[in-house]
Design a protein around this ligand. Structure first.
Ligand code: AMP
Length: 431
C-alpha cells in the first residue's frame, strides 16, 4: 500500500515569526492576565499605540546608530510616500502618544502600560524572534530613584504570580549628559590602541557608539572589555547618589541583583539606571526576560518639556517559554460545575434551552451534544471534573423533571425541571 504523504502548504510563516497555537494560548492568556492585573495594582493605565510609526520617531528616539535602528528595524514606504516602521520597541511610541494626546497635562507621574508585538530583523534562534510580544511599562515625570526600584519590584511581583523563581537583576548606571561625555572620552582612548583586536562591528563602534563596546558578546571583545574603565567609577555626584539609592531600595525590598559594569543597553536615550532581569541558571544565560532603565532626556528630545522618565519591557515570549520549560502548572482550565447529559431526541431538544438557562444563572456548564450514550457523557463529565451531572432523557423531558447526579458520591435524585437551578444553588451555598 502506498504510504500517504502528509500534505503541507507551500506557504510558511515568515522567518523568525510563528503561530501561537491553542495549546500555547492558556499560557499567553495567563501571562497577559497577570501583567494586566499587576499593572492595575501598581497604578498603570493601559495604552495602545499603532504597530506602525513614523520611522524618524525611532531614528530620533531610539538612536540612529543603535543596532535596533541600523540593522533590525522593518521599514516600509506607503503608496502615499510615508516612511513608516514596524515598531521595534515601545518607548518612543509611548512618549509620542503621551505628547500627542495631552497626557502631559495629567497629574504626574503618568504611568502607562502597553502590550503588543514588536518587530526586529534579528538572527533567529530559540527565544529570539522577528516578531515577539512585550509588556511595556513607562513612568513619566518623576526623577526619584524609588521608581527605578519599584519597576523592578513590579517585574518580580509578576514573576511571583506566574510561579517563576530564581531570577536575578543585573544593574548598572550609565550616567547622564554631564558625566558620560568624559567617560566616553576615556573609553575611546582606551579602545583606540586596541581597535585592531576588536571584531568588525566594534571597530565601527569606537567612534559611533563606544559604550556598546562593553557589551559585545564576541570573546576577543569581552576579554578587552574586562580591562576597560568602568562608568560607575566616573559618575557625577548626582548620578552616583541616584544609583546608590536605587540599590538601597532594592536591598530594602530584598530584590536579588548583581552589579554589571558592562551592562549598557545600547539605546541612546538611557540615563542613569539601566537593568535587565535574567533567569538565574546556566540555561538562562543567553535569555534576558526584561530590560529597561531611566531616560531623563527623551521627552524633551521628542518635543515635550524637560521631563524625566523610567521604564522597562518584559519579553512575553520568553516568559511563556520559561514557564513551559520549567514545567510550571498554569491552572487555567475552568472546571465546569455542571455537566448536562442529554438522551433521546426530546431530551436533546430540551437540553439546548436548559444549557442557556444554566449559563445565564452563572453556573459553569459543559455538555457533549453529539455524544448519545449515558456512559460516554458521564465519563466526560468525570474527566472535566464537574460536580453535578444533570441527566435529561426522554422520560424526564416528558415529565418536566431532571436527574441530578452528584459526581463525588454517584448518588442521584429526581427534581422538577423548573427547580433544578435553585436546587444546585442551594447545594452550593451549603458546601
Ligand atoms: P530590550 O529592550 O531589547 O532589552 O527588550 C526587552 C525584552 O524584550 C528582552 O529582555 C526580551 O525578553 C524581549 N525581547 C527583545 N527582543 C526580542 C526578540 N527578538 N525575541 C524575543 N524576545 C525579545
Amino acid at each position: 500500500m502506498p504510504t500517504k504523504k502528509k500534505r503541507k502548504s507551500k506557504f510558511r510563516a515568515p522567518k523568525g515569526m510563528r503561530d501561537l497555537l491553542p495549546e500555547d494560548q492558556v499560557y499567553w492568556e495567563k501571562v497577559r492576565q497577570v501583567v494586566k492585573n499587576l499593572a492595575k495594582g501598581y497604578g498603570f493605565g493601559l495604552l495602545e499605540t499603532p504597530i506602525l510609526e513614523d520611522v524618524d520617531l525611532f531614528i530620533k528616539g531610539t538612536g540612529q546608530y543603535t543596532d535596533i535602528v541600523e540593522k533590525e528595524m522593518y521599514n516600509l514606504k506607503t503608496k502615499g510616500g510615508d516612511k513608516l516602521a514596524l515598531r521595534p520597541e515601545f518607548t518612543p511610541a509611548v512618549i509620542r502618544a503621551y505628547l500627542e494626546n495631552g497626557l502631559s497635562r495629567l497629574p504626574h507621574p503618568v504611568r502607562l502600560c502597553s502590550l503588543g508585538p514588536i518587530f526586529r530583523y534579528e538572527r533567529q534562534q530559540k527565544g529570539r524572534y522577528r516578531q515577539s510580544a512585550q509588556a511595556n511599562f513607562e513612568v513619566i515625570g518623576e526623577k526619584d530613584p524609588i521608581l527605578d526600584a519599584q519597576l523592578i519590584q513590579l517585574f518580580f511581583s509578576i514573576s511571583k504570580d506566574l510561579g517563576l523563581k530564581n531570577l536575578i537583576t543585573q544593574i548598572n548606571s550609565i550616567g547622564c549628559p554631564r558625566c558620560r561625555p568624559n567617560y566616553r572620552r576615556m573609553l575611546v582612548n582606551f579602545y583606540r590602541s586596541r581597535k585592531k583586536y576588536l571584531c568588525e562591528n566594534c571597530q565601527k563602534r569606537v567612534q559611533q557608539n563606544p559604550l556598546r563596546l562593553l557589551d559585545c558578546k564576541e570573546s576577543k571583545c569581552c576579554k578587552i572589555a574586562e580591562d576597560a574603565p568602568q562608568i560607575v567609577d566616573n559618575l557625577c555626584d548626582d548620578c552616583h547618589s541616584h544609583f546608590r539609592s536605587v540599590l538601597e531600595y532594592l536591598d530594602e525590598i530584598e530584590i536579588p541583583y548583581i552589579l554589571n559594569p558592562r551592562l549598557v543597553r545600547g539605546l541612546d536615550y538611557y540615563t542613569k539606571t539601566v537593568f535587565e532581569i535574567w533567569p538565574d541558571d546556566e540555561e538562562g544565560r543567553q535569555i534576558a526576560l526584561a530590560g529597561g532603565g531611566r531616560y531623563d532626556g527623551l521627552v524633551k528630545l521628542l518635543g515635550g518639556k524637560d521631563m524625566p522618565g523610567v521604564g522597562f519591557a518584559i519579553g512575553l515570549d520568553r516568559m511563556v517559554n520559561l514557564i513551559q520549560e520549567r514545567g510550571i502548572k498554569i491552572n487555567t482550565r475552568i472546571k465546569p460545575l455542571v455537566f448536562l447529559v442529554q438522551l433521546g431526541e426530546l431530551g436533546k431538544k430540551r437540553s439546548l434551552r436548559l444549557f442557556e438557562e444554566l449559563r445565564q444563572a452563572g453556573l459553569g456548564v459543559a455538555s457533549s451534544f453529539s455524544c448519545n450514550t449515558m456512559k460516554a457523557q458521564l465519563k466526560r463529565a468525570d474527566k472535566l471534573g464537574a460536580r453535578f451531572a444533570l441527566i435529561l432523557g426522554q422520560k424526564e423531558a416528558l415529565d418536566e423533571t431532571i436527574i441530578i447526579r452528584y459526581m463525588d458520591s454517584s448518588s442521584q435524585e429526581t427534581v422538577p425541571l423548573n427547580k433544578v437551578i435553585a436546587k444546585i444553588k442551594k447545594k452550593l451555598k451549603k458546601s
